[in-house]
Design a protein around this ligand. Structure first.
Ligand code: DAH
Length: 339
């Protein structure tokens, strides 16, 4: 005959060994499923004498209630332990300092180039980019730098063939634009240029921003007005420009442009070498011969042009004392330009 104590003892012993949710589900199958021992108690009723059936039913119900309660307690205990273990695993220490992922930034030359372009874009300039490999015609001849003219020596050229070269300045962009478009013209030509030259303030590769305006009645005053606006935006609200006579074959008259020293305000310091002025660019009124070379009537139109060294402006702005710094990709140097 069936022994209730054996069942109960077995139940209690097995339950003691249940340590996790998997074992709990095994345990449930063993005792509570249709084939389980407790369910089996109920089917035993058919072997019980009629008059005892009621008492037997009551007994089975009591066992069920007893077992269910123990089972529920165990289940709650295991679930709690599982939750605790999960909390432990997912614990976040909010006092640990965050790990900063390194984020890059623009190269100072790029930043300054964009700033320069922005200032001129505000005055209505558009952008044109010419090729880095040029021919003699665009780089020299049509800019009025004739063959055997001594001014060719001003720029130490990297020749590729008798005719092809690495452009020594962005000025050939002027020719390319005037070949394609008729006045009014207002363009910027940014880009890399190349010269066989290397020291603290020169590099065999550097970058320029060329400007060209061609329209009716353009004068040197327009050039100075635009450059005043440029230096105010780039250096300081109180910066001014000063034009000094100079010589470039493609402009007549030609000027060298100085900016009033934005560090000392013009009193004289180490940056301006005591003069109160810093040379920043070259420019002038476009030489009539250059306009003619591009099929533009110099009696009808006039132009202004300028060429600015982007490295030079960057060095002045940030107090960088060696040109090479900008091309070495030294991460410690570059990190300083993070916003
Ligand atoms: N191309 C000259 C250079 O590289 C700079 C320059 C001077 C550009 C006068 C101009 C200009 O457009 O008008 O030295």
């Amino acid at each position: 005959m069936f022994n209730a104590d054996d069942l109960k003892n077995g139940f209690v012993d097995d339950l003691k060994n249940v340590k996790n949710e998997v074992q709990l589900s095994e345990f449930w199958k063993k005792f509570f499923s249709k084939q389980g021992s407790i369910q089996g108690l109920m089917s035993g009723i058919k072997n019980v004498a009629k008059e005892e059936k009621k008492a037997y039913g009551q007994f089975v119900n009591d066992v069920k209630t007893w077992a269910q309660e123990l089972y529920d307690n165990k289940k709650a205990e295991i679930e709690k332990a599982a939750l605790q273990a999960r909390y432990k695993k997912e614990e976040v220490d909010v006092t640990v300092p965050p790990v900063h992922e390194p984020v890059g930034c623009l190269h100072p030359l790029t930043t300054v180039k964009y700033e320069m372009i922005n200032v001129f874009a505000g005055m209505g300039f558009e952008i044109f980019e010419g090729p880095e490999i040029e021919d003699d015609d665009h780089n020299f001849t049509r800019l009025n730098v004739l063959k055997d003219h001594p001014s060719r020596d001003m720029q130490d050229t990297f020749w590729l063939t008798d005719d092809l070269l690495l452009r020594t300045h962005t000025s050939p962009g002027q020719i390319r634009v005037m070949d394609k478009e008729k006045p009014p013209i207002k363009v910027l030509v940014p880009g890399k240029v190349f010269r066989s030259d290397s020291d603290a303030t020169h590099s065999p590769m550097f970058s320029q921003l060329e400007g060209l305006v061609v329209d009716k009645h353009i004068t040197l005053c327009d050039l100075q007005g635009m450059l005043d606006e440029f230096v105010k935006n780039m250096f300081s609200d109180t910066a001014k420009t000063r034009l000094r006579p100079s010589y470039f074959p493609f402009t007549e008259p030609s000027v060298e442009v100085d900016v009033s020293c934005f560090r000392c305000g013009g009193k004289g310091c180490s940056l301006c070498k005591g003069t109160g002025w810093i040379e920043v660019l070259g420019g002038g009124v476009v030489n009539k011969k250059v306009l003619e070379n591009c099929g533009i009537d110099p009696e009808k139109y006039s132009g202004l042009a300028f060429g600015i060294g982007i490295e030079r402006i960057t060095m002045l702005k940030y107090g960088i004392n060696h040109m090479g710094k900008m091309f070495e990709n030294d991460i410690e140097f570059l990190k300083q330009f993070k916003a």
